[in-house]
Design a binder for this molecule. Structure first.
Ligand code: HEM
Length: 403
């Protein structure tokens, strides 16, 4: 069985390439001891993501979602079980019912309408950078606060509570569960917080936010329980935050590590959307761990995976599959990126893809305009990557904002 090599988190692509040379499906052991089947080829990844017998919940075939204590993406008892009733834990037919209720909030026109607000939040954060003397950490000062502010506004979380959310989100996104007790405390606090927000929403009447939309939908048709609303808010908070942070961070690292590239983009800002799309393929924020379980023995490629096994679909490897993309390890903003899997595939395809693209487009365009001379404050090789199998991104991104 393959173990992840220590240098994996810095450069996973060489490891993925070696695996692909040996076949599309591999049995691996994570450093936590968890055993899984890793799918590394593009075609096999799409096949697995569309296969109706490879599901989110290994224990039911009703689609009712994970109902056992502590179940969740990590499958470990540290997460408050009341947060487990969400889209990413749910299979058909329940998945479709939940997804239908949240889809309107993410409709293209609703997302496009957020442009002025996202731009204002971006500019406010960029104003603050100007006040800094010496190097600043672009992750802490910009890439983290932007998406969390947008998500909190969407959910209707008051501004005063956002710092608290940032902290919870950091604890909860540690899928390695290095500190299960902390995870439990944070997820208990999140449940209590959303319960309270929901109660206030009920007492004061719905506002123009997503939580109110969910509440109104559930009261009209009695279709969503409080646990489902709270779980959905929790998923949107986590999924909408940690990923976009890393898209912004990975993009800025790629650009600043190659100053002529940054300069060229400054001259041609209309190329930002294509560059972000290639960035999603090249260094997607969800690189390895999209999780599923086999519910029956299932053949992927030529490998039979027994029933009840954990399956990890390595989107980052699929997006670097030489059988699908020419010279896949080269960053080329002019290439055709159609069909990349950075946002997944099939029924769980990312609900927030449009929002993530909008935020990244505005973030990078405004950075280029406001800080044309930005440069890395350390050698690119000294930048540390997060040791996470879930999110691909850097720990810090120290930059100088002026020449
Ligand atoms: C699902 C990636 C941003 C909300 C997914 C999945 C991926 C993904 C790969 C599928 C997971 C699976 O199949 O197991 C990303 C990336 C993002 C991003 C790379 C940023 C660059 C967002 C944002 C939001 C969001 C901004 C919301 C505000 C969701 C939700 C799901 C999801 C709710 C579950 C959909 C379902 O199960 O039907 N995302 N995401 N994501 N994403 Fe995103």
């Amino acid at each position: 069985m393959r173990q992840l090599p220590p240098e994996f988190f810095r450069t996973p692509y060489a490891f993925y390439e070696q695996l692909r040379a040996q076949g599309p499906v591999h049995q691996i052991q994570l450093r936590t001891g968890v055993r899984a089947w890793l799918i590394v080829d593009y075609d096999a990844a799409r096949e697995a993501l569309r296969n109706p017998t490879i599901r989110k919940d290994p224990h039911t075939d009703t689609g009712a979602g994970a109902r056992r204590e502590g179940a969740g993406e990590s499958g470990v008892g540290a997460v408050n079980a009341r947060l487990s009733y969400h889209l990413l834990n749910t299979d058909p037919p329940h998945h479709a019912r939940l997804r239908k209720l949240v889809t309107p909030a993410f409709a293209p026109a609703r997302i496009e309408a957020l442009t002025p607000r996202v731009t204002a939040i971006t500019d406010e954060l960029l104003d603050r950078l100007a006040a800094a003397e010496g190097p600043v950490d672009l992750m802490d000062e910009f890439a983290f606060p932007l998406p969390i502010t947008v998500i909190c506004e969407m959910l209707g979380v008051p501004a005063a509570d956002r710092e608290q959310f940032k902290e919870w989100s950091a604890v909860v996104s540690d899928i390695t569960l290095a500190d299960p007790a902390r995870m439990r405390v944070a997820t208990d606090a999140i449940v209590a917080y959303f319960e309270d927000l929901l109660a206030r929403c009920r007492a004061e009447g719905p506002g123009a936010d997503l939580l109110s939309d969910l509440l109104t939908a559930s009261e009209a048709d009695d279709r969503l329980t409080d646990d489902e609303i709270i779980s959905m808010a929790f998923l949107i908070l986590i999924a909408g935050h940690e990923t976009t942070v890393n898209l912004i961070g990975n993009t800025m690292l790629t650009l600043l590590a190659d100053p002529p590239k940054y300069a060229a983009l400054r001259e041609n800002p209309e190329q930002v959307p294509a560059l972000i799309e290639e960035m999603l393929r090249f260094e997607g924020p969800v690189n390895m761990a999209t999780l599923r379980y086999t519910t029956v023995p299932t053949v992927i490629g030529e490998t039979e995976i027994p029933a009840g096994e954990l399956v990890l679909v390595a989107l980052g490897s699929a997006n670097h599959d030489e059988k699908r993309f020419d010279a896949p390890d080269a960053f080329d903003a002019d290439r055709n990126t159609n069909g990349h899997l950075a946002f997944g595939h099939g029924i769980h395809y990312c609900l927030g893809a449009g929002l993530a693209r909008l935020e990244a487009r505005i973030a990078i365009s405004r950075l280029l305009e406001r800080y044309p001379d930005m440069r890395l404050a350390v050698d690119a090789d000294d930048i540390l990557w997060r040791e996470s199998v879930l999110f691909r991104g850097v720990l810090d991104l120290p930059v100088e904002t002026t020449k």
